[in-house]
Design a protein around this ligand. Structure first.
Ligand code: TA6
Length: 277
């Protein structure tokens, strides 16, 4: 485990054990590389991502918190402030030679209280092993309840978007974020155009099938998942993405969004968990 930095001073943790290697930025507790030994990268990272303070990394797993998507107040940042805040690296635990856990922490500051007036503790535990596990724990340290929506906005690397099938969401209702219509999924998901959907009532694992590989995504304390690919037009409008970027990733996001947003009472916690294997 080493703390490293890019030439501009942007810091990240580099970790390698006998099963996998990973890189996690202190800004956002943002994992931007995870690769099992002898296998291809699981996470997609834009070749032209910014590693700059105050701008979210394009790729990996942005932590969207304490709101997912737009805030009612349009002056506030999309997907919340956690992904652009500096987190504290609490420490790492080498459970055994093939399994390491890392803990990151974010608490309210003068700045966060200005845009979101609640006291909180947010902890992200990342387990690097044959599987990638992320546990995002929100604790309400305030004396009033608050409501959060959130997502572990995972960008999966794929050989080509036209080769991708996603299963596990058949018959699930979803909100189409392109039309704001409620729809119901029929069968597997394929990609032939822009897709931006919030699936609800999820209770089983989601399976991403690419050419020669299968990735399983199992969520806990979450019944919503976002499936997103910007396709051609939107990619051109996105920051830090090359014009053909959409071909090489799909986002499958483990969420508590829309109907699945959570109210957390004072002194109570909620932990959103994803296991990727
Ligand atoms: O989760 C899907 C989404 O909300 C899309 O609508 C898309 O804009 C994406 O997230 C990326 O958002 P960002 O703020 O990182 O550019």
């Amino acid at each position: 485990i080493r703390v490293r930095e890019f030439p501009n001073g942007f810091e990240y943790i580099e970790i390698q054990n006998s099963s996998a290697k990973a890189k996690i930025a202190l800004q956002g507790a943002h994992i931007f590389e995870y690769q099992r030994v002898g296998e291809e990268a699981i996470l997609w990272l834009s070749e032209i991502s910014d590693f700059e303070q105050g701008r979210a990394i394009r790729g990996g797993v942005p932590v969207c918190w304490p709101w997912f998507g737009f805030n009612e107040d349009k002056n506030l940042p999309q997907h919340g402030f956690a992904r652009t805040s500096m987190w504290e690296f609490v420490g790492a635990n080498e459970v055994n030679e093939s399994k390491t856990t890392l803990l990151f922490r974010l608490t309210n500051s003068e700045q966060t209280l200005k845009i979101w007036n609640y006291k909180f503790l947010l902890e992200l535990q990342i387990t690097i092993s044959k599987e990638l596990k992320m546990e995002l724990k929100t604790t309400n340290l305030d004396d009033k309840a608050f409501k959060i929506s959130q997502a572990l906005h995972t960008y999966f690397s794929v050989s080509h978007i036209s080769e991708v099938t996603i299963s596990g969401l058949d018959k699930k209702p979803y909100l189409d974020a392109l039309s704001w219509q409620k729809e119901v999924q029929g069968g597997n998901i394929y990609f032939e155009e822009e897709v931006d959907r919030v699936y609800q009532e999820i209770d089983e694992k989601i399976v991403l099938r690419d050419k020669n590989r299968e990735i399983n995504i199992k969520n806990k304390n979450s019944s919503s998942a976002v499936i997103w690919n910007p396709w051609i037009e939107k990619t051109l409008r996105m920051s830090a993405m090359k014009e053909d970027a959409y071909k090489y990733f799909v986002c499958i996001e483990s969420a508590n969004a829309f109907d699945d947003a959570r109210v957390i009472e004072p002194k109570q916690s909620h932990t959103l968990i994803v296991q990727i294997f």
